[in-house]
Design a binder for this molecule. Structure first.
Ligand code: FAD
Ligand code: UDP
Length: 365
């Protein structure tokens, strides 16, 4: 006879793993966590490559949050360093700070603007719009066409396969525009990287006697053989419903790793390439971890139309299609949909964690 579980959890990324941990330790529930990949951690998974360097398998993952409860929670499972994310973007032969700030503008235009002068300059070039309807509007309404073209237009096309005017405002709104010299990528209250990496953090999150983990397992293959009361589902929502309303659009990515015989390849962890190459960025993960090593590994990120679903498409048409699935999901009283793929939202890691904490928080005993 198969054992009976209180919950079947699908997916061992942050949404699934944190749900499992909270159910197991806070509510003393028995959980079966199934993951179709051969590892835990979802897209936040990292590992030591052949050279012995800690790298992120699915692209650069930097932890940042404004949620105090999320920050307190993750630090129960490992120490975080004080890494602050800084990004450069390669435009017209120069590596400039992004988000666009005073230094970016002065370097690109060969000017010496003060903060007040920069505000005046942007005021004179910005496109005055009655309303912000898309991701192009977000940018041109603050910095005008020139900066939009150099920094956003082509990067976004590479990343999403469409230009910013077809994407919801929330996409480019993620990147602030600054008038001072602050070059932090994220404005969040808390940021840092797990000192031993994300995968180690996940191992500790899942280290509980009430949690049974099965990797290399698609949940549909165990539905008949396992007994459980409720499901927490963190995989793609369309797959759950057998694509009854058609496959939702996702953006995928491929990753090309290179190890170099030099201590550091570039001056910061991430350099973006909006207008050159087919890849969007080069990431060098040693900057995240402060790992000492005579070599370094970099990864080039190539956005792809097909492949693993990494990004929900932030467009109105896709959101409308998702709403059909969301209505089906609402009808199911013993299945909970949580996380980036299940809720079809452009979540960061902290939002996936928050969603799990809040979900289990509402369950009580
Ligand atoms: P996931 O991590 O995707 O986990 C879902 C899991 O479900 C996966 O492991 C999947 O294999 C499993 N699964 C799916 N279907 C099934 C099935 N049928 N059966 C069993 N298992 C299944 N966030 C940040 O905060 N900072 C960053 O810097 C950052 N950078 C990113 C860079 C890239 C390239 C990408 C793609 C994402 C990035 N993110 C970043 C977002 C971050 O990856 C997500 O917010 C986070 O992974 C969401 O967690 P999740 O648990 O919802 O989903
Ligand atoms: N973006 C851009 N140029 C950049 C950085 C970002 O055009 O140099 C746009 C692009 O559309 C991207 C979005 O802003 O998808 C959000 O960027 P972010 O770095 O938050 O994306 P992530 O890689 O974290 O999903």
């Amino acid at each position: 006879m198969p054992e009976k579980y209180d919950f079947l959890i699908v997916g061992a990324g942050f949404a699934g793993a944190v749900s499992a941990e909270r159910l197991a330790s806070q509510l003393n529930k028995k959980v079966l966590l199934v993951e179709k990949r051969n590892h835990i951690g979802g897209n936040s998974y990292d590992y030591y490559d052949d050279a012995g360097i800690l790298v992120h398998k699915y692209g650069a993952h930097c932890f940042h949050t404004n949620y105090d409860d999320v920050w307190d929670y993750v630090r129960n499972f490992g120490e975080f360093n004080n890494y602050v994310h800084r990004v450069r973007t390669y435009v017209d032969g120069k590596k400039l700070p992004i988000p666009i700030n005073l230094t970016t503008v002065n370097s690109l235009l060969d000017k010496n603007f003060s903060e007040a002068e920069l505000k005046e300059y942007f005021e004179s070039v910005r496109v005055k719009l009655p309303k912000i309807s898309n991701s192009r509007d977000v940018v041109v309404s603050v910095v005008g066409e020139y900066f939009y073209e150099k920094f956003f237009k082509n990067y976004t096309f590479k990343q999403w396969g469409v230009y910013p005017d077809e994407l919801s405002p929330e996409v480019t709104s993620r990147i602030p525009i600054r008038y001072d010299t602050n070059d932090r990528y994220f404005g969040d209250k808390h940021q840092g990287m797990p000192k031993e990496g994300f995968s180690k953090l996940f191992e500790r999150i899942l280290d509980h006697r009430n949690i049974t983990l099965a990797t290399d397992t698609d949940y549909k293959d165990v539905l008949e053989s396992v007994k459980f009361d409720r499901i927490i589902y963190t995989g793609p929502v369309d797959y759950f419903f057998d694509n009854i309303y058609g496959k939702l659009p996702y953006r995928s990515q491929s990753f090309e790793f290179e190890t170099h015989d030099t201590e550091y390849f570039q001056e910061v962890a991430v350099v973006n390439y909006p207008n050159d190459h087919r890849y969007t960025k080069i990431t060098e993960s040693k900057h995240f971890t402060y790992q000492k090593h005579s070599q370094t590994t970099i990864v080039k990120e190539y956005p792809e139309a097909l492949g693993e679903p990494y990004y929900p498409m932030p467009m109105e048409s896709a959101k409308k299609q998702y709403e059909l699935y969301a209505k089906e999901a609402e009808k199911l009283k013993t299945v909970y949909f949580a996380g980036r793929l299940a809720q079809y939202r452009y979540y960061n890691m902290d939002q996936a964690i928050k969603c799990a904490l809040d979900l289990i928080g509402t369950m009580g005993d």
